[in-house]
Ligand binder design. Structure first.
Ligand code: CP
Length: 319
């Protein structure tokens, strides 16, 4: 059974296949009864050891839209508080009959570690500062729509806390596979040494220079919880917003219609001006959340052995 632990080493054809499958799933979600029995009788375990709103809820909705049952695990209120380990928790959920494990954890590589000890496929729902593959894939679904399916020569500008961002890392791996350019913009202290060499991306600390020529702009959340409050990493929230905050005026200098993405959750008035958040002309944020359900349906179906042809057959058969 396949795992989805990250986009590192994943071929462009596989990424494009997930995007294509997600489109078929979107068709299911638009029906009056937005449900098919493709995974009826299968059990998807949602194992979230770190907080989440959109990833968790969209995986749950994705599983239920495919007719699967959901085993919901939350760290708070669980036997972790009595000293049970994450591996023993996963083994317990496996014994309850889970067919697939969706794992979020604050530690990088926890999904990879669990996959070494479990028979069931493991899907990474975000691990520490490593990767968040389904977030990057859903963003790529949105970009595929905006860019008419052509990635080559497009420029995705990612602004913000790059070093701590698992979303940025998944995007950097995906860009290597799909052939689009990525330019990272942020304060120098947010960059890791070796990024340019590892990924062939562009890097600048000048936001206005960084936005030039962008085909899409993605702001990243400043990971306040992963940095020491009041430490030397940032002088102040206001200072960050003045230097790196995206505003309508700033984006307008670089093309009237450049689309704006953010994986969420947003620190208002830090990464984005609040009036941009739901700006119908630019903001893709609600579309990203909606697309997450279809993309996660495609990934769950793939992880449990479905094929493209089967999805298309079921969509057309109305089952
Ligand atoms: N983008 C994202 O992972 O959001 P959640 O933390 O709410 O799941």
């Amino acid at each position: 059974m396949p795992d989805l632990l990250g986009l590192r080493g994943v071929a462009g054809e596989q990424i494009l296949a997930w995007i294509r499958h997600a489109r078929a799933m979107q068709e299911i979600l638009q029906r009056p009864v937005a449900k098919v029995p493709a995974l009826r009788g299968r059990r998807i375990a949602l194992m979230f050891f770190e907080n989440s709103t959109r990833t968790r809820m969209s995986f749950e909705l994705a599983a239920k839209s495919l007719g699967a049952d959901v085993l919901n695990f939350s760290a708070s209120g669980s036997s972790l508080a009595k000293g049970e380990t994450i591996l023993d928790t996963a083994k317990t959920i496996s014994a309850l009959g889970a067919d697939c494990m969706v794992v979020r954890d604050g530690h990088s590589q926890m999904p990879a570690y669990l996959s070494q000890h479990l028979e069931e496929p493991v899907i990474n729902a975000g691990d520490g500062t490593n990767e968040h593959p389904t977030q990057a894939l859903l963003d790529l679904c949105v970009l595929a729509q905006l860019w008419q399916g052509r990635f080559e020569d497009r420029l995705l500008v990612i602004v913000g806390d790059v070093a701590r961002s698992r979303v940025a890392r998944s995007h950097l791996w995906a860009a290597r596979a799909l052939g689009h350019r990525v330019r990272l913009v942020g304060p120098r202290q947010f960059f890791e040494p070796g990024l340019v060499e590892a990924f062939g991306c562009e890097l600048t600390s000048d936001l206005d220079a960084g936005l030039r020529g962008a085909d899409a702009v993605m702001a990243l959340r400043v990971q306040k919880e992963r940095r020491q409050q009041g430490g030397p990493w940032l002088s102040s929230q206001l200072d960050y917003f003045r230097t790196y905050g995206l505003t309508r005026a700033r984006l307008q200098q670089h093309g009237e219609a450049v689309p704006l993405l953010h994986p969420g959750p947003v620190n208002r008035a830090m990464e984005l001006a609040p009036d941009l958040l739901y700006d119908a002309d630019r903001s893709q944020i609600q579309t990203q959340v909606q697309t997450g359900v279809a993309l996660r349906m495609a990934v769950l179906y793939w992880a449990l052995g479905g094929s493209d042809e089967q999805i298309v057959e079921r969509v057309h058969a109305g089952t």
